[in-house]
Design a protein around this ligand. Structure first.
Ligand code: ARG
Length: 462
C-alpha cells in the first residue's frame, strides 16, 4: 500500500529509486521558514473566511509554530525520505495534530505553495545581497576618496591610453555596481506578487481571501492569473541574470586585480590574509580569491543557462521539470554571496603601489592626445596636430625618450606652434586635471561621482 500523502489512486508502494529521484527535500528544505510562514498565513485566512473552523485554524497555526521552533533548535531533523519540504511539514503537522493537520491543505496545491515559497525565499535573499553590494560600493568610495590624485594609466586594448586616477578607475566599478543594485531591485518588484490561491492551476472553488494572505505575507500584490501564478519561473531567470551580470563585473574586476598584482604590473599587493602560497615555489603569492571569482562566474552563467533551457519547452501549467529551478537559482545566489563576502575585505585591505602606477603612466606616451590637443588650442586642425604628435612619438621611440623630455628645439622642429608652455600642458597631472568635464578623471569630477554614489547607497528602496 502506498503510504504517500497523495496515495489513494495508487495501489503500489513507490519504487525506492523513484522516491529518491523525485525527492527535493535535500535542497528545498532550506525554504522551511518560508514554507511555514506561508502555511500560517494560509491557515489564518482559512479560519477567517470560515473555510475551516476558526479553532482548528488556531490549532494549526500553533502546530506550525511548534514545528518551526523544533526545526530551528535542531530537535526536528528533516526526513530524507520525504518528497519535499511541503510534504515534510504537512505530514509532521498531521502527526502532531491529527485531523486538524489534514485540513491545512484545503484550497491549496503544492504548485501554488512552491511558487509562493520560492518567491518568499528569493525576496529574502535579494534583501541580503543588496546591502552587500552597497558595502562594496562604500569600500570603493573610501579607496577613491584617498586616491583622487593617484595617477595611473588608463588602458584600451590593454595598451596604455590616457592618464586617469586610481579613484576614477574605482568609481567606474561603483557605477556598474549601482546598476546591479537597480537590477536586483527591479527583479524584486516583479517577483513581489503573491501566487497562493492559484491552486494546482485553476484556482479554487472555496471562498478564500487571497488579498488577506498577500497582506499577511507582506507582498506588494497578488498574481493575476492562476496558470501564470504557478507556472512561470521568469523571476528565477531574472534573478539569475542579475546575478550573472554582477558576477561579470566582479570577474572583470578580479581579472584586473590579478594583472595588477603580477610582477609585470605591481600596482597593488594583496594582504597576506587574502593570498595563497604555492606548495613548491617558495616565492609565490597567488591571487586565488580573484581567480576563483573569475571561475565561479562561469558556474553562475551555467545556472542561468540551466534555468533558461529548463523552462523553454514546458507547456502550461506546472511540470516537474520546474523542481530543477531551485538548485540552479540557489547555487547562483549562494555563489554570489560567497564571492562578495570574500571580495569586500580583500579589496579593503589591498595595498597600492602608487609609484609604480605613476611610473607606468609616465611611459607609453599616454600624454600624446594632450600634446595634440595643445596644438589644436594653438590653432592647428586636430588631424594635423595628431600627425605631428605621432611623428614626435615615433621620434621618441627611436631615441629612447618620452615627449616631456624633448628639448624645445626638437618640438619646434616639428611645428613652430610649440612653446615652453608645452611642458606644463603634457605633465601627467595636467592631463588628468584638465579632464574635468562631468564624468571625467579630474579630482573635482571624481569627488562628485563619489558623493552621488554615497547618496545612492544610502537609500533603502526595499
Ligand atoms: N517539490 C516540488 C517542486 O519543487 C513541489 C511541487 C510539486 N508539485 C507537483 N504537482 N508534484 O516543484
Amino acid at each position: 500500500m502506498n503510504n504517500k500523502m497523495w496515495a489513494g489512486r495508487s495501489s503500489k508502494e513507490l519504487d525506492s529509486r523513484v522516491n529518491d529521484f523525485n525527492s527535493s527535500i535535500s535542497f528545498d528544505s532550506r525554504m522551511y521558514r518560508q514554507d511555514i510562514k506561508g502555511s500560517i498565513a494560509h491557515a489564518e485566512m482559512l479560519g477567517d473566511t470560515g473555510v475551516i473552523d476558526k479553532a482548528e485554524s488556531l490549532k494549526i497555526i500553533d502546530g506550525l509554530k511548534g514545528i518551526l521552533d523544533d526545526i530551528e533548535s535542531g530537535r526536528l531533523p528533516f526526513n530524507p525520505e520525504a518528497e519535499d519540504i511541503h510534504m515534510f511539514v504537512e505530514s509532521e503537522l498531521t502527526k502532531r495534530l491529527g485531523d486538524a493537520g489534514k485540513r491545512l491543505h484545503t484550497a491549496r496545491s503544492r504548485n501554488d505553495q512552491v511558487a509562493l515559497d520560492i518567491r518568499m525565499y528569493l525576496k529574502d535573499e535579494i534583501r541580503e545581497v543588496i546591502p552587500m553590494i552597497k558595502e562594496l560600493i562604500g569600500v570603493l568610495c573610501d579607496i577613491a576618496d584617498s586616491n583622487l590624485d593617484t595617477v595611473m594609466p588608463g588602458y584600451t586594448h590593454l595598451q596604455r591610453a590616457q592618464p586617469i586616477t586610481f579613484a576614477h578607475h574605482m568609481m567606474a566599478y561603483a557605477q556598474m555596481l549601482i546598476r546591479d543594485i537597480g537590477r536586483f531591485e527591479d527583479t524584486y518588484k516583479r517577483m513581489d506578487k503573491m501566487p497562493l490561491g492559484s491552486g494546482a492551476l485553476a484556482s479554487t472553488t472555496y471562498p478564500i481571501d487571497r488579498r488577506q494572505v498577500c497582506s499577511i505575507l507582506g507582498f506588494d500584490d497578488i498574481t493575476e492569473n492562476s496558470l501564470d501564478g504557478v507556472s512561470d519561473r521568469d523571476f528565477c531567470i531574472e534573478l539569475a541574470s542579475a546575478i550573472s551580470i554582477l558576477m561579470m563585473h566582479l570577474s572583470r574586476f578580479s581579472e584586473e586585480i590579478i594583472l595588477w598584482s603580477s610582477w609585470e604590473f605591481k600596482f597593488i599587493e594583496l594582504d597576506d590574509a587574502y593570498a595563497t602560497g604555492s606548495s613548491i615555489m617558495p616565492q609565490k603569492k597567488n591571487p586565488d580569491v580573484t581567480e576563483l571569482i573569475r571561475g565561479k562566474t562561469g558556474r553562475v552563467y551555467g545556472d542561468l543557462n540551466t534555468l533558461l533551457v529548463m523552462m523553454k519547452g514546458t507547456p502550461l501549467a506546472y511540470n516537474k521539470d520546474m523542481q530543477e529551478d531551485k538548485e540552479a537559482v540557489f547555487d547562483a545566489i549562494d555563489t554570489v554571496k560567497l564571492c562578495l563576502k570574500t571580495f569586500i575585505p580583500m579589496l579593503s585591505t589591498m595595498e597600492l603601489y602608487k609609484d609604480n602606477m605613476k611610473n607606468a603612466a609616465a611611459k607609453g606616451f599616454i600624454n600624446a592626445t594632450d600634446c595634440a590637443d595643445y596644438l589644436v588650442k594653438k590653432g592647428l586642425p586636430f588631424r594635423d596636430a595628431y600627425k605631428i604628435t605621432g611623428t614626435l612619438v615615433a621620434y621618441c621611440i627611436k631615441n629612447g625618450t618620452v615627449l616631456e623630455k624633448l628639448g624645445i628645439d626638437e618640438f619646434r622642429s616639428m611645428s613652430d606652434k610649440f612653446d615652453e608652455d608645452v611642458y606644463e600642458a603634457i605633465k601627467l597631472e595636467t592631463c588628468v586635471n584638465m579632464r574635468n568635464v562631468e564624468g571625467g578623471p579630474a579630482p573635482e569630477s571624481v569627488k562628485k561621482q563619489i558623493k552621488s554614489a554615497r547618496e545612492r547607497i544610502k537609500d533603502t528602496n526595499l
